[in-house]
Design a protein around this ligand. Structure first.
Ligand code: SF4
Ligand code: SF4
Length: 115
């Protein structure tokens, strides 16, 4: 009877070796903060759709870099543009087309490192 080689563990979706949180991935990036915001709300006033119409506030949940925060006390969305990783999602996600998202000035913004 021959000895069998030990079976290698098959990585599963729950394997901690292959689970990487968004926060961990963000920690590998570098940013160069531009003095000019490349993202702005078209309407950030008291009559903005963020206040009365947009109940789900998808910007605050979809953006992977947590650029948008709903500040309930002041009834407004805060835009932390310097955290943006330029994924482009917010160009499509606002149901009221209230987000103006451009690219940061040349040489500014996120820098991706590979490896
Ligand atoms: S998704 Fe658009 S309308 Fe809704 S809270 Fe965000 S910016 Fe405001
Ligand atoms: S481009 Fe991506 S990371 Fe930047 S604000 Fe929009 S959703 Fe967030």
């Amino acid at each position: 009877m021959s000895a069998q080689a030990p079976k290698e563990a098959t990585p599963s979706i729950k394997d901690p070796r292959i689970e990487v949180s968004v926060e961990t991935k963000l920690g590998t990036l570098e940013w160069k903060k531009s003095p000019n915001a490349h993202i702005a709300l078209r309407n950030s006033g008291a009559d903005a759709p963020c206040v009365a119409s947009c109940h789900d506030k998808p910007c605050a949940t979809v953006c992977p870099a947590k650029v948008y925060e709903w500040e309930a006390a002041h009834k407004k969305i805060i835009v932390n543009y310097e955290n943006c990783i330029e994924c482009g999602a917010c160009r499509m996600l606002c149901p009221f087309d209230n987000i103006a998202c451009d690219w940061p000035d040349g040489g500014m913004g996120v820098r991706y490192k590979f490896g």
